[in-house]
Ligand binder design. Structure first.
Ligand code: SAM
Length: 268
């Protein structure tokens, strides 16, 4: 046996450390058998610290429930849902390295029933299944087509609860809006509480995958527009929603992909 082999046998945490290091860098800083996956994380205990602010809004006992975690990254939320006894947990992400992190994190924590799949949010229709809880945290602002993603989630996979989070910038104000305005009304667009989304052409926070950053009013309006009623807002960026009828179901089909037969009725 090599010197390294003997050292690993004598101290298994060396082997785990090596596995964690091989999959670095990690965005989810989780403690796996006493080893932090991202000890230099700029938000330190993340997402644990974030989750503690809204953990109470998700049922503590998820027996019999199904959960889909979209953009699951290293699996923090998927693992927490299995810890709560969910009957089925599926985590999808478009980045294979993050999925490998998730599989390692789940294995080390004994959460071995979670199915991690390489899949984009734009392809959720291919899952062919609706879920009691859909988690869509920290992904929307990374997308070039954010409203399409919300429409697809509503159309294909969200059956009841949506746990949503987005980075937000700009005013936290909300304003009461009329159903319609005349063409001559232009001032409203300058109001801080009007729904507004900023497009990032180059990079924001040294991350070229940040494309669209909504203000609070825009986040909430997009959720409603896609057919999600906001039930709770336990943390600045986090929304607990319910899937409801899409507001424009009678007048227009949502811009979903793959395109539907226009004669096909929108699901309630
Ligand atoms: C900021 S992380 C958020 C991770 C986790 N949901 C959370 O809240 O901690 C964004 C994640 O979304 C994933 N992602 C980006 N675009 C995606 C897409 N089109 N479909 C699925 N996942 C995507 C990234 O690979 C990354 O893991």
């Amino acid at each position: 046996m090599t010197e390294l082999g003997s050292a690993v046998k004598a101290n298994p945490s060396l082997a785990l450390q090596a596995e964690i290091d091989a999959l670095a860098p990690w965005f989810h800083n989780m403690e796996l058998n006493g080893i932090w996956t991202a000890p230099d994380h700029f938000l330190y205990d993340y997402p644990g610290r974030k989750f503690r602010k809204f953990a109470h809004t998700i049922p503590a006992d998820l027996s019999g429930r199904t959960v889909l975690d979209i953009g699951c990254n290293a699996g923090f939320y998927a693992i927490e849902m299995q810890r709560r006894g969910a009957a089925q947990v599926v985590g999808i992400d478009s980045d294979e390295r993050y999925l490998s992190q998730a599989r390692l994190a789940a294995r080390v924590q004994g959460m071995d029933r979670i199915e991690f799949r390489n899949m984009s949010v734009y392809d959720v229709g291919a899952l062919g299944q609706r879920f009691d809880i859909v988690i869509f945290m920290g992904v929307m602002y990374h997308l070039r087509h954010p409203l399409l993603a919300l429409d697809l989630i509503r159309e294909h996979v969200a059956d009841d609860m949506l746990v949503f989070q987005s980075m937000q910038r700009g005013s936290p104000d909300l304003m009461a809006l009329e159903g319609d305005y005349s063409f001559e009304e232009t001032g409203i667009f300058d109001q801080p509480g009007f729904p507004r989304m900023s497009f990032v052409e180059r990079e924001y926070a040294h991350d070229w995958t940040n494309w669209w950053v909504p203000n609070r009013a825009c986040t909430e309006a997009m959720l409603r527009s896609a057919g999600f009623r906001i039930d709770q807002h336990p943390e600045t960026e986090v929304y607990i929603c319910r899937a409801v009828e899409t507001p424009y179901a009678e007048t227009a089909l949502p811009a979903v992909y793959p395109a539907r037969n226009p004669k096909q009725k929108t699901k309630p």
